[in-house]
Design a protein around this ligand. Structure first.
Ligand code: AG3
Length: 289
């Protein structure tokens, strides 16, 4: 008998993965958590039925979440991750020597535990890197209360439904702006340009409203995510993601990368025309003059 897992991306579109076996299925205080082993993508972590990571393509997501900002920022000494309980974002940040402290604030401790158990190659930094500090709690609350101030903040959230919804809103971005140093950078995953263009426009407006100087989207293919092309937004107080690229040479290059490199950095900020048009009026990189 063939077993298929189906994630609906819209009521009329779905991703189907042929399943070898279900490794874990349970419910935490916040969500359903499942781990399935699939023929094509290896182990897959599902939260409320949605693909969060697969063993085969998580490197693309996590490298693109982190290295564009990590390579742009001259020090990146103190980093904060909101969400990211699987540990992939922390793993990529800790490939760099410069961070002295990486704080991860994840609402669901079960996600951390499941990732350590079923995705040790993703969760490794959570267990083995002394610079990583784990806070189990709500990201909005954390950023509201914390006295710390960061060089880089990474918002590695689920889709904008349920508790993650607040992580896409102006109020949260304002708090992030306040928790960043004078040359800080915020990166947030910003969903699929095919299905969430409106959300991207709103995020851009909000990020400019709260005072970021440069707000640019970039893209990479994630085969298991809705629409296959994924986006991130980089909101920066000082450094321009392309014009300040010269700074690359200043820091040692991280080892073991499989997707990200300087050419990919530049290319990922190229804006498809339909996205550019949707964002028009809020975009100085791609609308010069
Ligand atoms: N965070 C983004 C996952 C969004 C995928 N959406 C979906 N499958 N509908 C992933 C977290 C990885 N650290």
């Amino acid at each position: 008998m063939e077993l298929w897992y189906k994630e609906y991306h819209t009521p009329d579109v779905a991703l189907c993965l042929k399943v070898k076996e279900t490794l874990f299925s349970g419910r935490s205080a916040y969500q359903d958590i499942q781990v399935i082993d699939t023929w094509e993508f290896g182990r897959v972590l599902l939260l409320d039925g949605l693909v969060m990571i697969s063993q085969r393509d998580e490197f693309i997501y996590h490298e693109m979440m982190t290295h564009p900002a990590m390579c742009l920022h001259p020090t990146a000494g103190k980093c904060l991750i909101i969400g990211g309980g699987d540990g992939g974002t922390a793993r990529e940040i800790t490939r760099h020597d410069r961070p002295s402290r990486v704080t991860l604030c994840e609402i669901d401790s079960q996600v951390i535990e499941i990732s350590k158990r079923f995705f040790p190659e993703v969760a490794c930094a959570l267990e083995h890197d002394p610079r990583v500090e784990i806070v189990v709690g709500d990201g909005v609350e954390y950023i509201t209360r914390c006295q710390d101030i960061f060089d880089c903040i990474f918002v590695d959230s689920t889709d904008p439904v349920g508790p993650a919804k607040a992580l896409f809103q102006e109020d949260f971005f304002r708090k992030c702006h306040g928790a960043l140093k004078i040359d800080g950078i915020l990166v947030a995953q910003s969903e699929s340009p095919t299905y969430h263009l409106d959300l991207m426009c709103r995020m851009k407006r909000s990020l400019l409203t709260v005072g970021f100087t440069h707000v640019y989207f970039y893209f990479a293919p994630i085969p298991t995510y809705p629409g296959s092309v994924w986006s991130w937004v980089m909101a920066s107080k000082r450094y321009h993601p392309i014009l300040d690229l010269g700074k690359f040479e200043r820091h040692g290059w991280p080892e073991g990368l499989r997707y990200y490199n300087p050419e990919v950095h530049k290319a990922s900020f190229a804006m498809p025309e339909y996205v550019r048009q949707a964002l028009e009026g809020h975009d100085d990189l791609h609308n010069p003059g």
